[in-house]
Design a binder for this molecule. Structure first.
Ligand code: HEM
Ligand code: HEM
Length: 163
């Protein structure tokens, strides 16, 4: 059973955490990665925070975002099943592409973290991160499309709950 109030809280949570996740990811990419072929300058501070502090913000927002997303996807599980079983894939290409992109970005983000934690090969780790920050840019476009086409949902749900 979908509760509009809970859906609104989850979707607003996704919106807020998505903004922090994208902002911290882009900041690390632009300020620490681009043009730094000799490695990351860990001492450099951007707006008072070091690389590792921005990375912590990115990781925390990504983890909470992922929890909210599990709920979001669970709510729409019947939608996923219907799209696949009733062959509505062509009509819903956008959301399906968004789902696959998210999966790839999550995989290429969490795997290097795991490799780092288990003391694995640094070159594999860096390759994953290189792939991660490139696919993340495409994900960003699909996320923006997904949200902008659902602005009306936020407005009508707010109105419904006010009454
Ligand atoms: C959409 C915009 C995103 C951008 C621009 C972005 C960018 C980045 C960048 C540049 C790094 C490298 C940090 C470094 O070690 O210097 C990074 C790390 C990471 N990202 Fe993202 N990311 C995004 C979304 C995501 C998402 C959706 C997830 C997972 C659900 C994710 C999970 C991670 C994780 C776990 C790390 C840490 C990897 C490690 O410890 O080596 N990111 N991200
Ligand atoms: C910032 C992140 C996101 C926000 C704010 C957001 C918001 C929304 C909203 C407002 C709706 C319509 C209302 C509803 O039924 O809940 C919706 C539907 C949906 N979302 Fe998201 N979403 C986000 C990320 C994602 C991601 C990453 C996926 C896939 C992995 C996804 C999959 C879906 C699906 C399958 C639907 C239902 C079908 C549809 O409306 O086309 N969402 N989302």
């Amino acid at each position: 059973m979908k509760s509009p109030s809970l859906s609104l809280k989850i979707n607003l949570g996704l919106l807020l955490l998505g903004l922090i996740m994208v902002f911290s990811g882009l900041l690390i990419q632009i300020k620490y990665h681009i043009g730094n072929h000799d490695g990351i300058d860990i001492i450099k501070s951007v707006w008072g925070l070091s690389h590792s502090e921005w990375l912590i913000i990115h990781k925390i927002s990504v983890i909470i975002f992922s929890f909210f997303l599990v709920y979001h996807i669970n709510l729409h599980w019947r939608w996923f099943k219907a799209v696949v079983t009733k062959n509505l894939i062509a009509k819903n290409r956008h959301v399906l592409t968004l789902s696959i992109l998210f999966l790839l970005v999550a995989l290429t983000g969490f795997l290097p973290w795991l490799i780092k934690l288990t003391g694995g090969d640094e070159s594999i780790l860096n390759t994953f991160i290189e792939i991660h920050d490139k696919i993340a840019l495409i994900l960003l476009v699909y996320l923006a499309l997904h949200i902008s086409s659902r602005i009306r949902w936020f407005i009508t749900t707010f109105d419904k709950l006010k009454k």
